[in-house]
Design a protein around this ligand. Structure first.
Ligand SMILES: NC(=O)c1ccc[n+]([C@@H]2O[C@H](COP(=O)([O-])OP(=O)(O)OC[C@H]3O[C@@H](n4cnc5c(N)ncnc54)[C@H](O)[C@@H]3O)[C@@H](O)[C@H]2O)c1
Length: 261
């Protein structure tokens, strides 16, 4: 028996990096996983990998910023698997640049995915989880949701926003007696493709399109190296499983010690 056997999970942004590791890990531990991503080929590749390892998974193309699509994704998941127990609100983008040069267009683009997407997923998952006897919503925030990162002010605004959003939702659900837990995860510097997409002047790097997470982590993480997607998936697995039954409104920091000082 796996640690999340019998559970039905949705993982957004499951086609790459942390989302892919979460989807594969939940499937390996017995969950039926609906992988969604705006990048269809990448999401399908995750599902193919899960199936070739004997797991159960489906792919749905999804832009997390669309409310009608969220309604369809939740409805299709319930129709296929009979319920919903875990939502990993993972899809996210990072757009770098100093705030005095940052365009309102980029601000809104980033907010639509990182903040609106998390709101919509949580909003529509809660009733489905309540009807399924309870569930766990995991919100992928960031270390940048706990402390300021130069060159990433807009990103920090979204990640700090979802951190407190998670706590408010946790208390609302608990007070309503829904048995739906909501927690946030705060990765530090993890080796994924997001670092090559940042653009702008993130971290004051003056490198327009790429930051090397391994170099950045060597300089800033007390453990002396960057993390892997699996490091985050391990924490997500704990929050998805009943092992974390007494944890809601909490935050799991997985950052090689950066936040500790
Ligand atoms: N990598 C890190 O160091 C790090 C640190 C802290 C937090 N995070 C957060 O972890 C999450 C995953 O990031 P990652 O590093 O794996 O990045 P990634 O770029 O490897 O993966 C992100 C995935 O989200 C998908 N996506 C983007 N916009 C979408 C949309 N509108 N709808 C649906 N899917 C969309 C992308 O196609 C991609 O597959 C993000 O929320 C990110 O902010 C990452």
């Amino acid at each position: 028996m796996g640690r999340v056997a019998g559970k039905v999970a949705i993982v957004t942004g499951g086609g790459s990096g942390i989302g892919r590791a979460c989807a594969e890990t939940l499937a390996r531990e017995g969950a039926k996983v609906v992988v969604t991503d705006i990048a269809t080929d990448d999401g399908q590749a995750t599902v193919d990998a899960i199936r070739s390892n004997g797991g159960t998974a489906d792919f749905l193309t999804q832009d997390v910023a669309s409310e009608p699509r969220w309604e369809e994704v939740i409805a299709e998941t319930r129709a296929t698997y009979g319920g919903l127990h875990v939502l990993v609100n993972n899809a996210g983008i990072g757009i770098g640049g100093p705030v005095w040069e940052f365009s309102l267009e980029d601000w809104k683009k980033q907010t639509a995915v990182n903040l609106d997407g998390v709101f919509l997923g949580t909003k529509h998952a809660i009733p489905a989880m309540r009807d399924s006897g309870g569930g766990s919503i995991i919100i992928m925030s960031s270390l940048a949701g706990m402390q300021g990162s130069p060159g990433l002010a807009g990103y920090c605004a979204t990640k700090g926003g979802v951190r407190l959003f998670a706590k408010a939702c946790a208390v609302e659900c608990a007070r309503a007696g829904f048995k739906v837990r909501v927690n946030s995860v705060h990765p530090g510097i993890i080796e994924t493709p997001i670092w090559t997409k940042l653009g702008g002047n993130a971290f004051g790097s003056n490198r327009p399109n790429a930051i090397d997470p391994t170099v950045l982590a060597q300089a800033s993480a007390p453990l002396g190296h960057s993390g892997k997607p699996q490091d985050i998936a391990n924490g997500v697995l704990f929050l998805a499983s009943d092992e974390s039954d007494y944890m809601t409104g909490g935050e799991l920091v997985i950052d090689g010690g950066i936040f500790a000082g």
